[in-house]
Each structure stands twice: as C-alpha cells, then as structure tokens.
Design a protein around this ligand. Structure first.
Ligand SMILES: NC(=O)C1=CN([C@@H]2O[C@H](COP(=O)(O)OP(=O)(O)OC[C@H]3O[C@@H](n4cnc5c(N)ncnc54)[C@H](OP(=O)(O)O)[C@@H]3O)[C@@H](O)[C@H]2O)C=CC1
Ligand SMILES: O=C(O)[C@@H]1CCC=N1
Length: 274
C-alpha cells in the first residue's frame, strides 16, 4: 500500500491530510512532520495520523509532499535529501521554488513534481496546478494529480508557467477576499449592518462564480447582462474604470509573479529567503 508523508502540516499541509482521509486514504497510509510537538499532538489526535520525523518520513513514505514555507526550505532539505531514494516521488507545494532546486539536492534521478495549490483546499475546492521536473514520468504526474484531485481541481502546465500560476490562482483567493472586504465596507458605509452586508456579498460572489463555472458565457457578457441602459451598474462600472481598478488588478498579479520569480532566484543563489 502506498504511503504518503506531508512535511509541514500548516494550513495547506493539514487541509491536504484532511482531504486525503476524506477521499478514502487510510490513516495508516499517511504521516506528517511538524516542528512543534503541541501542534503535532493536536493533529495526531484530530486525524489519527502518525506524526514522524523527517528522516523516518524519507525512509518510509513512497511520496514526500513538501508543504513548508519557501523561507523554511533549506534546513528541511539539509535534513531530508540524504535519505531520499530515487524510487520516491517528491512533490513540492512551495511557491516560487523550481524543481531544479530540489533535483540539485536530491539523489540523481529522483522525480520531482511542482504543484501550486490554493487555500480553497481547506473546503475541498482548491485549484492545483502541476508541473513535472526533468525526472518526473507520466506516472508521477498522474499520481500527483490523483492526490491533489482529492482536494479540488487539477490542471497541468509546463513549469515555465508556474510563476504566473502562483500569482493568479495561488495568490488569487487573497485578491477576491480583498474585493469582498471592500464591498462589505461599502455596504456598511451606506448603512447596512455588517452581517447583512457580508451575507449579501458572499452569496453574490458564490452565485457569480457558479454562473461562470456552469455557464458557457464570457465574464464580459455576464457583466453586460447586469448593466441595463441608464441603470445602476453602468454608473458603478464607470467609477471602477475612473479609478483604474482593472489596471490595479493586473499590476497586483504582475507584482506577485515577480515575487515568485524572485523567491526562486534567492534559493537558486543559496541565500536564505526573507
Ligand atoms: N497559503 C497559501 O495561500 C498557499 C501556500 N502555498 C505553499 O504551501 C506551503 C505551505 O504554506 P502554508 O500552509 O500557508 O504555510 P504554514 O506556515 O501554514 O505551514 C507550514 C508548516 O510547516 C511547518 N514547518 C516549517 N519547517 C518545518 C520543518 N523543517 N519540518 C516540519 N515542519 C516544518 C511550519 O511550522 P511553524 O508554524 O513552526 O513554522 C508550519 O506548520 C508554502 O510553501 C507555500 O508557498 C501554496 C499555495 C497557496
Ligand atoms: O504568498 C504566499 O506565500 C502564498 C503562496 C501562493 C499564494 N500565496
């Protein structure tokens, strides 16, 4: 039976463990590492999955899923790499870190798959994007897709597109949350109780996303469907255009992309991240 170790059970690592269990993986197939024993005990208690150390994970698991922050990667790889046999699959969820960085540290021939998930994984609605390193075969990519498929949708892209993906779907939830916060504030400014404004906007976001997911339409057509001649929506859209909101969003995604590239370079040069 295949065994899977999640190295770093923070927000993403924990939700992946939880999703794998819900999808039918047995607790005995799973293990995790964590730095602090209190959190490790809480997770063991909650999920019935064994906490282990990095060396045991490297020795015993078939798949090693790395879910620590990019800033914490160096000490983890120092501990991990000497014990990883090339028969294992290494899956990195770390923003910005190229597969080449892992390949340089691991035994020659070890397959590495880079994945960019996002936090909707916490509710089984992740968008995960998968790319293979130089030694990853089709079977390795299929396995990574199967595991990430337990917590949402998965697509495959060439690794050269991963910095854009990180900026768009990796960071994307934060931009939606920011827009939603701003719209709730607008409702409060105009006199609605915060709880009512929140309920209205969250359902409006869910409904709009469902239209996009289920419909054949383009977002522009859907926006035009809300914009009656001489109506309220077009008056609002004119303000968004005046304030350059479209350009601001594009700039935000571009800045996130540049930071992803920078994180990769920092680690390429062997310097610690910020
Ligand atoms: N959050 C997001 O939106 C997304 C995150 N990612 C990527 O996923 C990864 C995890 O992110 P996220 O879950 O948000 O981060 P968290 O900080 O929530 O989780 C990382 C966990 O790893 C632990 N950890 C750090 N070093 C070690 C180690 N050497 N051994 C064992 N455990 C360790 C941390 O412990 P401690 O708390 O003590 O530091 C923490 O619990 C990152 O690489 C990130 O780039 C990808 C897409 C989206
Ligand atoms: O900013 C971050 O650290 C994470 C990685 C991808 C999205 N957000």
């Amino acid at each position: 039976m295949m065994t899977i170790a999640v190295l770093g059970a923070g927000k993403i690592g924990e939700s992946l463990l939880s999703g794998l269990l819900q999808a039918g993986y047995a607790p005995s197939q799973l293990m995790f590492t964590e730095r602090y024993t209190q959190r490790a005990s809480e997770l063991e208690h909650q999920y019935g999955v064994d906490h282990t150390d990095v060396v045991s994970a490297a020795r015993h698991a078939d798949v090693l899923i790395i879910a620590v922050k990019p800033q914490d990667i160096e000490p983890l790889l120092d501990e991990l790499c000497p014990y990883v046999a090339p028969s294992k699959l290494v899956v990195s969820l770390c923003a910005g870190l190229p597969t080449a960085m892992f390949e340089q540290r691991l035994a020659a021939g070890t397959p590495v798959v880079r994945v960019m998930p996002n936090t909707p994984m916490l509710v089984g609605e992740a968008m995960s994007v998968v790319s293979g390193g130089t030694c990853a075969q089709e079977t390795h990519l299929d396995l990574a897709e199967e595991l990430l498929g337990c917590v949402g949708s998965v697509v495959r892209v060439p690794e050269s597109q991963q910095d854009v993906v990180t900026a768009l779907s990796g960071s994307g939830p934060a931009y939606f949350f920011y827009l939603i916060e701003s719209m709730i504030d607008a409702g409060v400014l105009l006199g609605l109780p915060r709880a009512v404004a929140g309920r209205l906007i969250v359902q409006t976001a869910v409904g709009s996303a469902a239209m996009l997911r289920e419909g054949e339409g383009h977002p522009t057509i859907m926006r035009e469907g809300v914009s009656s001649p001489g109506g309220t929506t077009v008056a609002g859209i004119r303000e968004l255009e005046k304030h350059g909101v479209r350009a601001a969003l594009i700039d935000a995604v571009e800045a996130a992309h540049d930071r992803s590239v920078e994180l990769g370079r920092v680690h390429e040069d062997g310097e610690p991240g910020e």
